[in-house]
Design a protein around this ligand. Structure first.
Ligand SMILES: [Zn+2]
Length: 334
């Protein structure tokens, strides 16, 4: 096994078999709970022999300079409160060490980095060994957290004139429409390449705008609230149309559609025929929305995730794995 083989597999997320798949948000989703703060999930550590050899050095000095990273290190992850560093394979990890009353050495990877909690009696050798034993898990979690942070930063919406939101997978530029009511989507007929083709005119009364000079935050609130309300209306219309499109061929009939704001699920289906869909799916491409629509309609035939269920999905949407994979890494823009 060469170095590349040793390092890369921990970083990529393997495509799971469909039996593990649901429209629950992916592990990368923004509001997924972070690593169990109570301790260290040993079951997360794979025993497939991909763990790097325990060749590392513990640098027991205070962390001060970037220069402390060995030139050969591929990645550096440093907790803002790091007091110690350790080289795990080719990854330099700066971690926060907290001595506390507990029985074992625990590790938590948060968006900030690695925190190690150790009993007062634990020696440096104990800590060194614990980190070495879990190096594969630690590195995978650190990479996950960094990727998630980057996706969240990219998905941040600036609620101001000229800012844009992703709408059906494409940028939609927001502009004020003084004196108008509500929001109006305008398709640009002769857009330039690379320039947004669609503009959302956000209505605002002149009396409201007058107050923004003194209270600029009101403009942000106005735009955010009105655009999101508009998006909910669009979601209802779009989902209705897509449900009606797929239902006949799938041999199912939905009784009611409800919009959901659930943070942990993209959709759900009840035995009474009610389908709930997260309205912020409207930020994603039509293909991704179709996948969630088909997934929930398929539950009206099979209330489980059995092979039979996935067959129903595949019959309606043969290429469903492509949007499913996109959904796994999707981040809700905020
Ligand atoms: Zn499901």
């Amino acid at each position: 096994m060469n170095l590349k083989q040793m390092l890369l597999p921990w970083w990529g997320e393997p495509l799971e078999a469909p039996t593990h798949v649901s429209t629950r948000t992916a592990p990368h989703a923004p509001h997924d709970s972070p690593t169990d703060p109570s301790g260290f999930p040993v079951s997360d550590v794979s025993s497939d022999g991909m763990t790097p050899p325990p060749k590392f050095s513990l640098l027991r000095h205070s962390v001060t300079a970037e220069a402390s990273a060995p030139a050969a290190a591929l990645s550096v992850f440093r907790h803002p409160s790091a007091q110690h560093e350790m080289l795990l394979g080719q990854v330099l990890v700066g971690f926060e060490l907290l001595r506390c009353k507990r029985r074992s050495i625990g590790m938590v990877v948060s968006p900030e980095g690695l925190t190690v909690r150790a009993p007062r009696w634990a020696t440096w050798n104990d800590i060194e060994q614990a980190l070495s034993d879990k190096s594969r898990w630690i590195c995978a979690k650190l990479v996950d957290q960094r990727d998630k942070g980057q996706r969240q930063a990219a998905a941040r919406i600036t609620w101001e004139e000229g800012g844009s939101i992703p709408y059906l997978g494409e940028p939609l530029v927001m502009m004020w429409a003084p004196g108008q009511k509500g929001c109006t989507l305008v398709e640009q007929q002769h857009g330039l390449p690379g320039v947004a083709q669609r503009v959302l005119h956000v209505g605002v009364p002149a009396a409201e705008q007058v107050q923004w000079a003194a209270e600029p935050a009101r403009a942000v609130t106005w735009m955010r609230e009105h655009v999101l309300r508009w998006l909910q209306g669009q979601a209802l219309a779009h989902y209705r149309e897509r449900l009606a499109h797929f239902s006949p061929a799938m041999g199912v009939q939905m009784k009611a559609l409800k919009l959901s704001s659930a943070r942990t699920r993209w959709g759900s289906a009840s035995v009474d025929g009610t389908i709930r869909l997260q309205w912020k799916l409207m930020h994603f491409s039509p293909a991704v929305i179709d996948y969630v629509v088909v997934h929930e309609l398929a539950h009206l035939r099979e209330m489980n995730h059995s092979p039979r269920f996935w067959q129903v999905v595949a019959e309606a949407l043969p290429d469903y794995e492509v949007p499913l994979e996109q959904l796994r890494h999707a981040v809700i823009p905020e």
